[in-house]
Write a protein that binds this ligand. Structure first.
Ligand code: AMP
Ligand code: GLY
Length: 422
């Protein structure tokens, strides 16, 4: 089979790395890819949001399956455009991707179908939003831009004053552009967070192993939220909790989408808070998580390609359930100085070649590019996702942090506590 992966982050490097191992995979392309995907696939210079360009390429190169990593092309309808030309594209169509594209839609979906989440309010008008805050007792609250904001549109506020500032950023200063045209206020939930990614064709539902992302930029969950600073998988969950998550959240969500004529094909990511009252949905994503994908795919022992193909064809029931490495995987993201705020690009990266990579240790590229002579430099906020397997969390952590010691670039920072509580 000829396969095209769309995207250029750490998630797409991990996807290419895993798909390259499939005996079914003949030619593998990545558009636009990065210096990491170039090691295992042919990079193609087409942007991830150039849907017509990608479609022309898929037709010209006889691509059998296109696998879309990021949310933006999914929310823009890449799957629908491919379907019109009878090209197979893995992921939800535009109507189904709205589960991520509009947090307001996702919240209302939960309300309509009694899927447990925080209580919430949606506002478009600044005066109304401010008056909501003026009339509530002071205390913690979460403010979210409704649209796509690369994981940065969420502000967890300690009090109403912080929430007022977040609303101003969103509705008045338009910090997130169109994505911040609506704000969602949510009840602040406390508990342990879990990312649960499920593969589904709308009928067969295959939950992957649970993972834990660390969204805040600093150790101890301090500082602003990012796209994700590091992940550990698996996460210990009581069998009762797993059953609740499946029966109260995952299955009802897939069925709710069917009932609303938005049949879901692809990866459905549920960001969950395990509260003392039971699991609650924090968010949905219409794709694999980044960096959740990196450690999950290192643990996945089954061939990924037939699972993706069967899902896109609506035949997931024909597949055996995935087999997972029992070991623990930890991923730590090395970021540019200043991220998640402003940061420089083009900073030379040293030492990646010093890391002894293998099936148990991988340095996935995220925001990197290559100079003319081949030297690596930074090209984004999240630069490298160092990922390792170990017998337990401590062993996996030791490998990751030893590898990170070999790597340096000016301004580099990463969390030192990923998976430390496990
Ligand atoms: P989201 O992108 O919606 O998952 O939000 C990003 C992060 O903000 C989550 O991973 C949580 O750490 C935090 N968060 C989001 N919603 C809530 C909530 N209702 N209560 C507490 N924390 C939240
Ligand atoms: N790591 C969180 C996300 O991919 O949205």
């Amino acid at each position: 089979m000829n396969v095209l992966v769309v995207g250029s982050g750490g998630r797409e490097h991990a996807l290419c790395w895993k798909l390259r191992q499939s005996p079914l995979c003949k030619r593998l392309f990545c558009a636009p890819g990065n210096p990491g995907t170039k090691l295992v696939a042919d990079n193609v210079d087409i942007a991830a949001d150039d849907i017509q360009g990608l479609l022309r390429f898929a037709i010209a190169e006889n691509i059998d399956l296109t696998v879309v990593g990021p949310e933006a092309p999914l929310c823009a309808g890449i799957v629908d455009e491919f379907q019109k030309q009878k090209k197979l594209c893995f992921g939800p169509n535009k109507a189904a991707a709205e589960i991520e594209g509009s947090k307001a839609f996702a919240r209302e979906l939960c309300r309509r179908h009694r899927i447990p989440g925080p209580s919430f309010q949606v506002y478009e008008e600044l005066g109304m939003a401010r008056s909501f805050l003026d009339n509530r007792p002071d205390g913690p609250i979460v403010v979210k831009a409704s649209g796509l904001a690369a994981g940065k549109g969420v502000t967890v506020c300690k009090n109403n004053d912080e929430a007022r500032a977040a609303v101003t950023e969103c509705l008045e200063k338009r910090r997130f552009g169109e994505a911040g045209g609506q704000v969602v206020f949510e009840e602040f939930l406390e508990g342990q967070e879990v990312s649960l990614i499920t593969l589904t064709d709308g009928r067969t539902i295959v939950p992957f192993e649970p993972a834990r992302d660390h969204k805040a930029v600093g150790d101890g969950d301090k500082g602003p939220n990012t796209g994700g600073m590091g992940v550990i998988t698996p996460v210990a969950m009581l069998p009762r909790t797993t059953a609740q998550v499946e029966s109260q959240i995952v299955f009802p969500t897939v069925h709710a989408m069917n009932r609303e004529n938005r049949r879901y094909h692809g990866f459905l990511y549920a960001g969950l808070m395990l509260t003392t009252q039971g699991p609650r949905v924090l968010e949905y994503n219409c794709r694999l998580g980044d960096p959740e994908t990196q450690p999950l795919l290192m643990r996945l022992q089954s061939d990924l390609l037939p699972l993706l193909l069967a899902t896109a064809e609506g035949k997931l029931e024909s597949q055996q359930p995935p087999v997972w490495d029992k070991r623990v995987a930890v991923c730590v993201v090395a970021c540019s100085g200043g991220y998640p705020g402003d940061y420089k690009k083009g900073v030379p990266i040293f030492g990646v070649d010093r890391v002894q990579q293998g099936p148990d240790l991988q340095v996935f590229h995220a925001g990197t590019s290559q100079r003319l002579g081949g030297d690596l430099q930074t090209a984004g906020g999240r630069v490298l996702a160092v990922t390792a397997l170990g017998a337990d969390a401590a062993a996996a952590r030791a490998k990751v942090y030893a590898a990170l010691k070999q790597i340096e670039f000016a301004g580099m920072h990463f969390r030192t506590d990923i998976g430390a509580k496990a």
